[in-house]
Write a protein that binds this ligand. Structure first.
Ligand code: SAH
Length: 464
């Protein structure tokens, strides 16, 4: 971030602008929305500027700017649309101690003005650091369509009511009150009546929330998907958005954690494959402790929580403590991985069933399971299978599997740095070692990427 967004307090402060043409007008239209004192220096001002001056909305000096004109100014805009004059006025303002913006000159400006969605007191500022003004405008249009024009009114009335709401306990109780006001009762009242109706609604709502019993703690076991934040379900997003505490796995991408409320407590309960880890019992205890204290806990797991996530142990612990819970499913790594290689998990005439296996449990895999898996056409998605590749290969070949059976390993499915290794059972351990996969990887036994599969079928045909 080369520019840090802030909201500057300008009430009663001076903002100075030099220029009287189109660029000056565009900036002044924005600046007139503020409660700052505006002064414009322009020997030849546009008629709009003259009108604003006559109606007392700004001070107009019909001359070029001179040293000392920007003393005590908070901001200065060089808007003469003339490089030499802009450089001259900017130098004066800088010497006078004002923050300087030169219109359409990003490099020499100390600050830039964002695209603004105005629902005062709610203001959305959009910046692209000058990279894509088109994008900023598109986002602005999109937000303007989405944020009702009445939002500003609701926020203004709500702001005046903030003190009253302090009778509710801090934290969740107050958040629930405001959420109901802004997203349900407030819009309804304003649609049906006027500002008085909104004020009455606030009174009623507060009385109702004061009488309501405290919401007990709760645990949501939420699937975070394979990594791409866009593969998160809407329900997962919503649940994250209202969490007090988020206890997450190592596999959960930072972009997804960003979606939690800023005030939420984030706890990393990452269990590194074989490295330092938090014991399952500690995780269970942590979940129960927070939910027991009344928090809305999100237990956030990579992929789908019901797939190799030790979910049942956590549910048992939560149930034992008498705490309510529910599951929000997610997209499992196997689904994201087949999507990457353009394949189906099942396919009529090839495999009617697919096995989900974990490399961790392979040692206890019974002989009859290996035998079944070694049959032609079988497909298995092997989670955490990197370390056991050689063992798996040995067992399958021992039970009669074809050494030429396709095997595909997908690392970082749906994440940046996604890689696909397409090999055969015969070459799996060597190829995997050479690929040096360090991210999470899923091994598909019996599946090749669709393009490789087509090439393979073609070769077979030629041989026949
Ligand atoms: N509950 C998760 C799986 C947890 S086990 C799910 O449904 O996906 C962790 C294993 O999942 C990793 O060792 C790896 O084998 C696999 N995995 C998770 N995310 C992955 C990704 N983005 N790409 C490839 N494999 C992934």
């Amino acid at each position: 971030m080369k520019h840090f967004p802030i909201f500057l307090a300008v009430e009663g402060r001076h903002i100075v602008l030099s220029g009287g043409g189109d660029a000056a007008l565009a900036k002044l239209r924005l600046l007139l929305k503020t409660e700052a004192h505006l002064t414009v220096f322009a020997p030849d001002p546009a008629p709009e500027i003259v009108n604003w001056a006559q109606s007392g909305r700004l001070t107009l000096c019909r001359r070029a700017m001179e040293p000392g004109d920007t003393l005590c100014a908070a901001l200065f805009y060089a808007a003469d649309e003339d490089a030499t004059e802009d450089a001259r006025t900017a130098a004066i303002a800088r010497a006078d101690g004002a923050l300087v913006n030169i219109v359409d000159n990003l490099g020499d400006s100390q600050f830039i003005t964002p695209a603004i969605v105005d629902r005062d007191p709610v203001t959305v500022a959009i910046g692209t650091e000058g990279a894509a003004p088109v994008l900023a405008r598109a986002i602005k249009t999109d937000l303007e369509a989405r944020l009702p024009a009445t939002l500003g009114t609701l926020a203004r009335i709500g702001k005046a009511f903030r003190k009253m709401v302090e009778v509710l306990p801090m934290g969740r109780a107050r958040r629930d009150f405001w959420a109901e006001y802004y997203f349900a009762e407030g819009p309804r009242a304003i649609a049906q009546g006027d500002e008085a109706a909104v004020a009455q609604t606030l009174d009623d709502l507060l009385a109702r929330h004061r009488a309501a019993p405290d919401r007990p703690g709760h645990v949501a076991f939420v699937g975070a998907g394979p990594g791409d934040p866009e593969l998160l379900t809407l329900k997962a997003r919503k649940t994250l958005d209202s969490a007090d505490v988020v206890i997450h796995d190592r596999l959960v991408a930072p972009e997804i954690l960003e979606l939690a409320r800023r005030e939420a407590t984030l706890i990393d309960a990452g269990k590194e494959g074989f490295g330092p880890s938090m014991e399952q019992d500690d995780i269970n205890r942590l979940i129960v402790e927070h939910a027991g204290a009344g928090a809305q806990v999100v237990r956030l797991k990579g992929g789908d929580p019901t797939v190799f996530g030790r979910l049942d142990e956590e549910i048992d612990a939560v149930e034992e403590a008498g705490i309510s819970w529910h599951i929000v499913p997610g997209i499992t790594a196997a689904s994201a991985s087949v999507a990457t290689i353009g394949q189906s998990l099942t396919r009529r005439g090839r495999n009617a069933a697919v096995r989900f296996l974990t490399g961790h449990d392979m040692k206890g895999f019974a002989d009859h399971d290996w035998h079944a898996l070694a049959r032609p056409g079988e497909v298995a998605a092997i989670y955490m299978g990197k370390k056991s590749a050689r063992f798996i290969q040995g067992r399958l070949i021992m039970h009669g599997a074809d050494r030429a059976t396709p095997v595909t390993v997908i690392e970082n499915a749906s994440r940046p740095g996604q890689r696909v290794l397409s090999t055969t059972l015969d070459r799996l351990p060597q190829d995997l070692a050479e690929a040096h996969f360090t991210g999470p990887a899923l091994t598909f036994y019996g599946l090749a990427p669709r393009t490789a599969q087509a090439a393979l079928a073609h070769t077979r045909q030629e041989l026949a």
